[in-house]
Design a protein around this ligand. Sequence first.
Ligand SMILES: Cc1cc2nc3c(=O)[nH]c(=O)nc-3n(C[C@H](O)[C@H](O)[C@H](O)COP(=O)(O)O)c2cc1C
Ligand SMILES: CC(C)CC(=O)C(=O)O
Length: 391
Amino acid sequence: MAQFGDYQNEIYFGGLQGTTPRFPITSADLERAASAALPPSVWSYVAGGAGDEHTQRANAAAFGRYGIVPRMLVGATQRDLTVDMFGLRLPTPVFLAPVGVLGICAQDGHGDLATARAAAQTGVPMVASTLSEDPLESVVGALGETPGFFQLYTPTDRDLAASLVTRAEASGFAGIVVTLDTWITGWRPRDLATANFPQLRGAALANYLSDPHFFAGIDGGREAKPVAIIQHWASIFGNPLTWNDLPWLRSLTELPIILKGIVHPDDARRALDGGVDGIYVSNHGGRQANGGIAAIDMLSDVVDAVAERAPVLFDSGVRSGTDVVKALALGATAVGVGRPYVHGLALGGTAGVTHVLRSVLAEADLLMAVDGYADLATLREAGARRVGAGG
Ligand SMILES: Cc1cc2nc3c(=O)[nH]c(=O)nc-3n(C[C@H](O)[C@H](O)[C@H](O)COP(=O)(O)O)c2cc1C
Ligand SMILES: CC(C)CC(=O)C(=O)O
C-alpha cells in the first residue's frame, strides 16, 4: 500500500545528504516564491480574485473553523487513501482542479502538458480546462494511465460545445466537468489594472483552434486569424446554461457529467434529479463572485443534500494536506488543489507540480496516521468538529 508520508523521509534524507529541498515546503512559501518567479501580469491573473478578494481569503481562512479529533491506540500504521469514483479506483482522494491559460505559467508555454505529466507521475487525476494552450488530445496523451476529466466552458455555439465533448470522450477522458459559474468573468480588479485579458485569450485557444466546428461560427470562416478570434471572445466564450439545458448536456455523452460551481444544497438535489453524475462544490476560488460564503462552510449541507446519491468533489481554499483531510471529514469524496499547483508549475514545471502534490499527500497521510484514522470511511464517520468563529 502506498504510504504518501514517505515523501517526508525523502526530504529529510535529502537534507541529511546535504541537498536542500529544491522547492519551498509550505504553501505560503510556495506562493511567495511563485510571485517572484512570474511576470507581474501573469501573477495578477493567478493570484487575483473578485472584488476586494474577501471571499477568496475567506475560503482559506474558513478551514480554521474545523478541527479533527484525534484517536489513540489505533495503530494506523497502514493507511488506505484510495477512492472509488465514477467506476475508477483512484490511489488518493486528491485531484488537480481545472486551471485555464496554464501556458502562461510555464517557462516553455506548455503548462497543460507539464501538469498532465505531474498527474501521470503521481496518479493524481487532472481536470483539464477548456482554456488550454495544448489541445485536449495531447493533454490526455501526457496523462498516460492516470485518469483525466475534461472541464467544459460551454461555448455559445452548441455545435462547438458538442464537438469538444465528443473529442474529450473519443480521446479517453473519464468524465466531463461542466463549469457553471464562469459563463462571464467576474469583476477582477487585478486583471483590470493590468488589462490582462487579451494576453490570456491568446494563450487559451488551442482547443478552439483545433476544432473544425469553431471556424464555422467565426467571421472569415477557416481563414480567421487568432487575432480576429480574440476580438470575438465575448461572443464565443461562455453560454449561461440553465436547468432547461441539462437534457441537452446529458444527450452529448455517455461519460459521467459533473457540475462544478454548485454551492446551494437545493441546486445539488435538482442537478441529480436532472441526471448528472457528480456534484462539484466550488466558488471558483473567489475569482468570480465576491461577497459569497466560504465554500467549505457549505460542504456538509451539500453532502447531506446529495445523500450518497453521487460523488461530491470540492475545491476552493485548499492549501495543505490538513485542509484535504478536513474536507474529506466533512464528506467530500475527492478534494481539488488549485492555485498551489500553479505555484509549483511556475517554479519548476512538472517537478514543481509533482512536489506540491506529493507534499499535500504526504501531509494528509501523516495527519491520518498521527490522528489514528486508517481509512477515509472512518475519518468521514468521525467528521470534523466545528470549533467556532475562527478564520
Ligand atoms: C489561474 C486560475 C485559472 C482558473 N481557470 C479555471 C478554468 O479554466 N476552469 C474552471 O472550471 N476553473 C478554473 N479555475 C478555478 C479552479 O478550478 C478552482 O475552482 C479554484 O482554483 C479553487 O480555488 P483555490 O485555487 O484558491 O483553492 C481557475 C483558477 C485559477 C487560480
Ligand atoms: C480566462 C478565465 C476565464 C479562466 C478562469 O476560469 C479563471 O481565471 O478563473
